[in-house]
Structures are given as C-alpha cells and as structure tokens.
Design a protein around this ligand. Structure first.
Ligand code: MG
Length: 346
C-alpha cells in the first residue's frame, strides 16, 4: 500500500494523534486548523450539532456512501474527490440538483497532516466544482494500524427536479441505452496504482461531479426514462439490473462502447472484464430511439459527455438477459459480476 507511513514521534505535530478524536481542545484545533479554513461556509461554521438548511418545498433526494479506497491518492483523484463525487452523482442520476453534503472523517492515528490537508483541499475543490456545500461533519480517530489512513462517509441531499419520472418500469422494447463516455477508467486506474503496474500513469480515474452533465441531459427534451452512474459492478451491473427490473432483454454493441486502448490493455493484463469495472464520472441513460440523437447531442455539448454513445437497445427476446454483440460478430451473455472482483476501489 502506498499509504504505509512510518510511525512518527508520539503526539507529533505533523500527524493525527488519538487526542484529535477526543472531542476536546485537540479536536477543536484540528477542525479549526485543517478543516474550516478549506471547507468553511455559513452552514458549517457555527459547528452546532446539526446544520439547518433552507430548501425549496417539494421532493428531496437523500443518499449516503462510505469510501474506503486504497491507495488514498490514485491517478486522477483521491479519496476526498471520490467522497464528494460519489454522493453528488447518486443524487444527480435520480434527477435531483445536489445541494449539501455531510462529511464524516475516520482518521487513523499517525496520518500525516499533509495527507489530511491534501484530501480536505480536494474535498473543497470537488464541492465547489459540484456546486454543493459541506454543511455538517464529524471527525473520529482510531488507533494506528486499524484504519488504513482514512475512511470517509458522506451523505447528501438534493432537490428533485419537477416532472422527472425515472423508473425502469417505463422502459419499452426499442428504447436505447446510452453511456456518456469511456468506461472502466476509474477501477483500472486504482488497481494499476495498487498493483504498482508500470503503465499506471497512462490511465486516470474519471472521478467527476455529474450535476452539470445531468442538467444538460435533463434539458435535452428527451423522454428520459432511467439514469444510473455505473460505479461498483460497472456497466454490466447496471444493464443486468435493467434486464431484471424490466423483464426485457438488452442487446449491447461492443464496438459502440467507448473504451480507451489503455483501458482495454490494462483490463486484459489484469484479467478483468471492462464491462464490470467501476466508473465514477459516467451516466447510463435510457430513452426512446426517437430521442437518442438529441440526448447524445446534449451529452456532447458538455465537457464530461464528449464521447457519449448509443450502446444498446431493449428487445422483447425471452428469457430476459443481456447479450453483447462482440466486435467479431459473436454473442455472449453479460452477467452481473458475482462478488467483489475489485475490492476497495471506491
Ligand atoms: Mg449510484
């Protein structure tokens, strides 16, 4: 692991110590010196037991996620950016406009402050990029060798857009499956860093906040029926769920699925199927065939959707399953990944 730091002097000034989690003076100082200067905003600053938010009347989306990625810093991102984007994206793909996050940090004794600072800076930058505030938070410290440096949990709320009706139940035969760009980069970038593979610098995680891209998708004027971010389980996980939930089959066109040469090569080397590798900056969307072009145009109008493509369609074939039409014209069934092929990539 990259984060195997050397234990420093007891109560050193340059690293987290147990007392920082005690809720006393040391905790207050940690927050004041390492968190508030970076994340401070009117909601967080009072440091009360809860943040009090004013939100528009109507429906609110509410979600949470824990982040245990190793290493903490990987090509294209780090655990902080991931913790913001993962939660913001779960709100966005439900059709909500992300508003505010909570941030719970579990720090391991001995974590260098420079690493904490780097991650909190990254959280601040990603939150700005995503247009959300960190409204409330918590910090705990656990003993050395029991925490792999840092674990982060974020929860988020977003305000639902009017008139959004996203449900697999609305999907019909003929509807198209769209992905907003290259798949598999995140999981492969993290795995490459962890395995110390020589080509690790070539692949970068796609981790990014998707609120802006989703906004463009929602404004496309398409009859949008479904969105999901293909994180753990990858594209394969999403389409397998869709076949189950709709009772319809899906035909995927391998040649149409955006995949970089570096990603294809790395997946081969690691013996992994790119379809089941996690993404942290992509959307899978479903819309009628007649709306596919306008949806693709809308995606491509946004920097995160330049390589959007129609990759498949729903059919009435029974039993309901997902078939990949390979580049060579063959067919293979795509299944949901069975277990944890790629542990701790998010
Ligand atoms: Mg999700």
């Amino acid at each position: 692991m990259n984060m195997d730091w050397t234990p420093g002097q007891a109560a050193g000034n340059d690293e987290v110590v147990i007392a920082h989690g005690g809720g006393g003076e040391q905790t207050r100082r940690l927050i004041a010196e390492h968190v508030l200067p970076k994340l401070g905003n009117a909601l967080l600053a009072p440091l009360m037991d809860s943040a009090v938010l004013t939100v528009a009347a109507g429906r609110i989306a509410f979600t949470t996620d824990s982040f245990v990625v190793q290493p903490l810093v990987f090509p294209g991102g780090d655990i902080g950016r991931l913790a913001v984007c993962g939660t913001v994206n779960d709100l966005a793909v439900m059709g909500a406009v992300p508003q505010a996050l909570s941030l719970a940090l579990v720090l391991e004794e001995g974590l260098p402050f420079r690493m904490l600072d780097q991650v909190v800076d990254s959280i601040a930058a990603a939150a700005r990029e995503a247009g959300v505030v960190v409204a409330t938070g918590d910090t705990k410290v656990i003993e050395r060798h029991r925490g792999d440096g840092m674990i982060i949990t974020t929860a988020g709320i977003g305000v639902m857009r009017e008139g959004m009706e996203l449900s697999p139940r609305r999907i019909e035969p003929g509807d198209r499956v769209i992905v907003t760009g290259r798949i598999a980069d995140h999981g492969l970038a993290v795995m490459s860093a962890r395995e110390g593979l020589a080509f690790e610098t070539e692949l970068l995680s796609d981790v990014a906040p998707l609120g802006g891209l989703v906004e463009a998708i929602c404004r496309a004027g398409a009859d949008l029926k479904f969105m999901r971010d293909p994180t753990r389980g990858g594209l394969a996980g999403v389409v397998a769920d869709l076949a189950d939930d709709t009772g319809l089959s899906i035909e995927l066109d391998e040649a149409a699925i955006p995949l970089s040469r570096a990603a294809r090569h790395t997946a081969e080397l690691l013996g992994l199927d790119p379809l089941s590798i996690a993404n942290e900056g992509k959307v899978v969307a479903v819309a009628p065939a007649a709306d596919a072009d306008r949806l693709i145009d809308a995606c491509r109008s946004h920097p995160l959707g330049r390589e959007a493509a129609v990759i498949g369609r729903f059919t009435e074939a029974q039993p309901a399953l997902v078939e990949l039409i390979t580049r060579s014209g063959g067919r293979r069934v795509v299944q949901r990944p069975y277990g944890e092929e790629l542990p701790r990539i998010c």
